[in-house]
Write a protein of this length. Structure first.
Length: 478
């Protein structure tokens, strides 16, 4: 589902293939202007670390959109699960940093959202939750969301089931926020004061803003933004001014400087309410910087081809799938590209290379699917991609086992290609430097003419996959 939502707010509803219903309510003044909102229900998440599996999930776009006031997402799943098994989660970009996310305190399933990415509800045990807590996400804001979720969701479960509540809940929540402020937020801002590294600057700003908004949302220290603003503002001012000088002097990297200016202006307008016509972060400076050099192209065509070599002790198989002519459009004023619509993802090949012993597999049928891939251009010009978590029907292999006596078992569903690609993406995103969204593709837009094709090949991402290959190609459209 997709619709344009004005600054006055609005409501958008999407229904998943299993009947799960998602209703997003955006209050007045949460957005600064008309914004196209897209909700894509998710039918499966490979490797979800919850023993009861996925209940309902949705991917929300534009990726990274931040609200001035929290939006409310209501989830009506197709199957009911007991309150004590309800586990809220979120993820970033193309599925990075899966982590616990706070559920609304009411019995109806809901989440209050400060930004867009992907969110959902799974069915899990207390042991599942504890295991997730032992795997903190890399992103600092996601770490805070997970820590708060562990406290809030436990208190919610106790209140709704009539169990004993924690008398130290409020104190523990305050202590958690104070600890995060002292040991994460302030050190990041201190590091950003004197650096020219855009990653350090934006990691610090995003972490600080996430802290202030989360604090306000849970009713703790609503004045946190006011306290941090004097520290944060000079970092943004310095970054914008240095990028502008860098661009005008054309001392190298002027395109990176323009992207940096766009990002900072967006942050100032959406996070701090700066006058869009004011002189400090003016659009005219960005336009002047852009004169004499082309900015990012508005439209792209992306091709993706993948190959996974599945290899266990008794079975080796080769699976390849891909898509062509996926059309992407740049979100105005941003460095993100979104697919226009669903693009077929089809198997190119599936064959068993070797099998030993019995039973052994026999291929019955291949089931193609549809997907979307998003691209992110970082200020250094490097292009990252989100490959998974946007499927309308996940591709899968229908296979059957044949016993030693020749008896055939009923057909079963395998997802060897999908699981391999998911494991490869997880490995690549874990290696990202701070501040990078998506998987690094090896493609760039500058220095001109850029690198518009690349091959990613890895052999070290999972013990049951001998090799994984992703081939990408970009074409700039008028």
């Amino acid at each position: 589902a997709s619709a344009s939502v004005p600054a006055g707010g609005g409501t958008l509803t999407a229904v998943g293939s299993d009947g799960s219903r998602f209703t997003l309510t955006i209050p007045p003044k949460a957005l600064d202007g008309d914004t196209t909102i897209t909700m894509t229900p998710i039918s499966a998440i490979a490797g979800l670390p919850l023993s009861g599996g996925l209940v309902a999930a949705v991917h929300l776009e534009p990726e990274g959109l931040r609200f001035n006031i929290p939006a409310l997402l209501r989830i009506e799943p197709a199957r009911e699960i007991p309150v004590e098994q309800q586990v809220g989660f979120g993820y970033l970009g193309g599925g990075n940093d899966l982590h616990l996310y706070p559920l609304d305190s009411t019995r109806a399933l809901g989440m209050r959202l400060l930004h867009f990415s992907g969110v959902g509800v799974g069915a899990g045990t207390r042991a599942d939750v504890q295991a997730l807590q032992q795997r903190p996400p890399a992103d600092a804001a996601a770490q805070l969301e997970q820590q708060i979720a562990a406290l809030l969701n436990a208190e919610r479960g106790a209140q709704l089931t009539g169990g004993p509540v924690d008398p130290r809940f409020s104190t523990e929540l305050s202590e958690l926020l104070q600890d995060f402020y002292a040991h994460v937020v302030i050190p990041k801002l201190d590091a950003a004061k004197s650096t020219d590294d855009w990653r350090v600057m934006f990691d610090a700003i995003q972490t600080a803003v996430a802290f202030t908004r989360m604090s306000a949302m849970v009713g703790k220290d609503a004045s946190a933004l006011a306290k941090l603003l004097p520290i944060m503002e000079p970092i943004l001012v310095r970054g914008f001014d240095r990028a502008y000088y860098h661009c005008l002097q054309k001392i190298g990297g002027e395109k990176e400087a323009r992207l940096l200016m766009i990002t900072i202006r967006y942050a100032e307008l959406t996070m701090f309410g700066v006058d869009p016509n004011g002189p400090r972060f003016s659009q005219s400076k960005i336009d002047k910087c852009s004169a004499g050099g082309a900015m990012l192209p508005p439209h792209l065509e992306l091709s993706v081809e993948t190959t996974m070599e599945y290899s266990t002790e008794d079975t080796q198989a080769l699976l390849s799938a891909g898509s062509t002519t996926m059309l992407l459009d740049q979100t105005p004023g941003s460095t993100t590209y979104y697919a226009r619509g669903w693009t077929p993802i089809a198997y190119r090949d599936f064959r068993f290379i070797a099998q030993s012993g019995c039973p052994r597999y026999s291929m019955v049928k291949l089931h193609d699917g549809q997907w979307k891939v998003d691209l992110f251009v970082h200020p250094d010009g490097k292009i990252a991609a989100s490959i998974l978590y946007k499927f309308e029907g996940i591709p899968w292999e229908e296979v059957r086992l044949i016993d030693c006596d020749g008896t055939s078992k009923p057909p079963e569903q395998a997802q060897w290609w999908f699981q391999g690609l998911n494991n490869l993406q997880e490995k690549l995103t874990q290696e990202n430097p701070p501040g990078y969204a998506g998987i690094p593709t090896g493609m760039t837009f500058f220095p001109a003419p850029g690198i518009l094709s690349a091959t990613i090949e890895r052999t070290d991402f999972n013990r049951v996959y001998k090799k994984g290959v992703i081939k990408l190609g970009l074409k700039v459209l008028p």
